[in-house]
Write a protein that binds this ligand. Sequence first.
Ligand SMILES: Nc1ncnc2c1ncn2[C@@H]1O[C@H](COP(=O)(O)OP(=O)(O)OP(=O)(O)O)[C@@H](O)[C@H]1O
Length: 232
Amino acid sequence: MDNIVEIKNVYKSYSKKEVISNMNLNIPKGKIVGLLGPNGSGKSTLIKLINGLLQPNSGDVLIDGIKPSIETKRIVSYLPERTYLNDWMKVSDILNFFNDFYDDFNMDKAMDMVKSLNININEKLKTMSKGTKEKVQLILVMSRHAKLYILDEPIGGVDPAARTYILKTIITNYCEDSTLLIATHLISEIENICDDVIFISNGNIILQGNVDEIREEKGKSIDALFREEFKC
Ligand SMILES: Nc1ncnc2c1ncn2[C@@H]1O[C@H](COP(=O)(O)OP(=O)(O)OP(=O)(O)O)[C@@H](O)[C@H]1O
C-alpha cells in the first residue's frame, strides 16, 4: 500500500450545503504535504473526514487501507484547529496524560522541545498566550511516532522566530516513512518544507503535485501561484 490516505468519491454536505464534492484524492506515504485553499474551501472538513470526526454522505475514506476507527487513531497524530485540552491542566500534567495514553509517545523528545521553546512545564494552559498554547499542542502531536500527522493551522499564532524553529522541529522529528499533512495559510513559510501541495477550492481538488515541479512548470512560488489563483 503506497498511499496512507485514500479518498474515494467522497461527498459531504452540511444540511443541503455541499462542502466536499465527489472528491478523489490519494496521499502517498513518506511525504510532507501542504493542504492549501481559501477560507471556507473545505480543508478542515476534509481533515475531520480523514480523522473520522465527520462521516461522508457517500464515498469512502481509508487510512492505511482501513476506515477511520479506533485502530486508525493509533496511527494518526492530529492537531485540531481548536484546542481540546483542559485549560486548568499544567503542561506537565498534559505531557504525562499523553505519555500514559499513547504507546508511541516519546517523553524525551517532548521534553527537548519544551526546553528549546522555553516552556514552563508548571504553567497552566489557562494563563498561557495563544502562541505558547499552540507550541504546547504541536509538541504533543509531534512527540508521537505516528504514521500520519495531520496539522490543522498549526502555527498561525506563533511568532516568526519560533515558527522557524517549529518548522525545523517538524522536519527533524517526523520519521521518513511517515506522512505529514499540514493545512495552513502561511504558504511562504511552509512551501520549502513540503514535498507536495494540494490546492482545494469549493470542496474540489484543483491541483496536486510536487512542489519543485510545480514551481518549475509555473515559473513562480507556490505562494505566488496561490495568490494568483485565488485573487479576490
Ligand atoms: N458545522 C458546520 N455546519 C454548517 N456548515 C459548516 C460547518 N462547518 C463548516 N461549514 C461550512 O463548510 C465550508 C467549509 O468549511 P471548512 O471549515 O472546512 O473550511 P476551511 O477551508 O477549513 O476554512 P478556513 O481556511 O477558514 O479554516 C464553509 O462554507 C463553512 O461555512
